[in-house]
Write a protein that binds this ligand. Structure first.
Ligand code: SF4
Ligand code: SF4
Length: 329
């Protein structure tokens, strides 16, 4: 009998081949916003995009990063003494981390008695992640849920993600790939084919604006989206609705036309309402949050955009955010 790719991968690992290792910044159980049913979402570190509104800034850099939590710090300086690179300086205004010399060795994290320092990003093998996601198998079965691989951008660590998807498949767990689709056509095809479904992020149809808002061109993303259309892959589309960037009616209409003309088979389109909840993560990583003070979107605005998206795309549209709502015929 010819073995399936997932079965072959599982057999190779059982035969003693080392599993792939990847850097992960979170494994979130009981997620209900990352695909159908109850899911566990595995967040991979590393992303080629630089979206102004990124809600997971800890997912951008491929390597683990140090974070300091002011409310937990008791100021005893154990970390400063433990650092072999002299990268830490506790000042009256807070901890200053010299990120140009910090190599994320973690010695300060171990030395800190109050858990005020954490390394975001952990290197795990596919088997370790598999064991973790299997804990909730019963919930996936009862809710038609499964495992979602997200990020960052999963395609930044393609070998790990492919092996994880195939191992999940071998264990009969449903899989979803949550992706910006900004990667080579080969990598995209391989990962999409190995997943049961794809959650595809589309932000704007304007290539110039896409470059300005995210730092990368839209063209490879649309090419990869067309592969999903050609292969009739089960797909949901996701659009972050960001005030001043993607919330214009014209943008929703343009996206809707693309969906209707080229991706009319998609099962669902989600509009994800902006909120400011990520601000403290930017502070802890010494990054600038450019949308400071921008108000969350209220439900009436989101409902108007949902109606517009449905009108132009002809597909089922939902929105989520601070107050989750669903619109149906
Ligand atoms: S992670 Fe290592 S190098 Fe970085 S601040 Fe801590 S002890 Fe120093
Ligand atoms: S060891 Fe921890 S609690 Fe002590 S100063 Fe450093 S971060 Fe703060």
């Amino acid at each position: 009998m010819k073995s399936s790719p997932e079965n072959r991968i599982a057999c190779e690992i059982l035969a003693g081949n080392a599993p792939q290792k990847g850097t992960i910044f979170n494994i979130q159980r009981f997620s209900i916003d990352d695909g159908p049913g109850i899911r566990t979402t595995v967040f991979m570190k590393g992303c080629p995009l630089r979206c102004v509104w990124c809600h997971n800034p800890e997912g951008i850099k491929r390597e683990p990063q140090l974070m300091w939590f002011d409310v937990r710090c008791i100021g005893d300086m154990e970390c400063v003494e433990a650092c072999p690179k002299s990268a830490l300086d506790l000042r009256p205004g807070g901890m200053v981390i010299d990120r140009s010399v910090c190599d994320s060795c973690g010695l300060c994290v171990v030395a800190c008695p109050s858990g005020a320092l954490e390394l975001v990003g952990k290197v795990l093998s596919t088997l370790e992640v598999l064991e973790e996601v299997k804990r909730d198998e019963v919930f996936y079965k009862n809710s038609n849920g499964g495992v979602t691989v997200s990020g960052g951008e999963p395609a930044v660590q393609p070998d790990f993600v492919l092996e994880l998807l195939l191992l999940c498949k071998d264990s009969k767990m449903h899989t979803a790939l949550d992706t910006s689709a900004y990667c080579s056509a080969d990598v995209f095809k391989t990962l999409a084919d190995a997943s049961d479904m794809v959650l595809l992020d589309l932000k704007t149809m304007d290539d110039e604006k896409h470059l300005e808002y995210t730092g990368v061109s839209l063209k490879p993303i649309l090419n990869n989206a067309r592969y999903l259309a050609d292969s009739r892959k089960r797909t949901w589309i996701r659009t972050p609705i960001i005030p001043g960037y993607t919330d214009e009616s014209e943008n929703i209409a343009d996206l809707g036309h693309f969906v209707k003309e080229e991706m009319g088979f998609v099962e669902r389109w989600d509009l994800l309402a902006f909120n400011n909840a990520c601000e403290s993560k930017y502070d802890r990583l010494d990054l600038e949050w450019k949308l400071k003070g921008v108000a969350s979107l209220d439900s009436s605005v989101m409902e108007e955009l949902v109606a517009l998206a449905r009108k132009h795309s002809g597909v089922d549209v939902h929105w989520s955010g601070p107050t989750r709502a669903r619109m149906k015929d």
